[in-house]
Design a protein around this ligand. Sequence first.
Ligand code: BTN
Length: 267
Amino acid sequence: MQLDPIAVKAGVRLRALAAVGSTNEEARLSARRGERGPLWITAAAQTAGRGRLDRSWVSPEGNLYASLLLSEPSPLEHAPELGFVAALALRDAVVALEPALAPPLRFKWPNDLLHGRDKCAGILIEGEVGTDQSIAVVIGIGVNCTTHPATAPDRPATHLGAHLGADAADITPQRLFRELSATMCQRIETWARGTGFSAILHDWVAAARGIGEEITVRNGGGEKHGRFAGLDSSGRLILELHGGGTERISAGDVFPFELARDGHGSV
Ligand code: BTN
């Protein structure tokens, strides 16, 4: 694994590991030990990869597993915005390697990357309080480059190489990471500790799936049905409820309304 020169110039460091439990966990442990970001931790494979909502993330060799530790990246209330920042940076990186993938690559709220309707990458944002009480944020990114799990708990999955024919070998974890280390610097700069979040949201919405459609949101065992009206200025999903009224949702899984009953849908 190597950083792009843009990242090196920005003072970003890299720790590339063979196999670990979870790169997010490694980054959190580093923060607990007082280490400061920006630091990328990558692994060739994970034995205890984790996903959003307490799910596991299947992590064999051949795909990308990377976590970026940032020290005090913004006031606390802006930290969740980093999921949108990371999703954009990831899409930028894939498109820089394979421009033909731009049209089918879309975002699924809150921060999945889809190819068509199928999930090809996920992002997990976690926080940590350092020994000096400073706040650290870990942005964990998993990308299916060469394989994908046969059964995913939340939606159909795919891998990027499956859509590239003879060019499949172009999307390696190494090439993708190098691009990502640069595009992440660029998108973080635009975000500007949260003051530039409206520009980030604008770009995210332009490539989002499901806005304007009927959806079901599952969260904490409950389900809500309505129309996905858009995002508010904090990135919360605005749901116009079927029963009347509007709700702003901070976390959950989104499904097309009709498919939500069997759990196999994805917006
Ligand atoms: C999701 O549920 O969609 C988020 C998946 C995030 C997986 C990545 S792989 C690298 C990092 N380390 C982890 O344990 N999880 C994240």
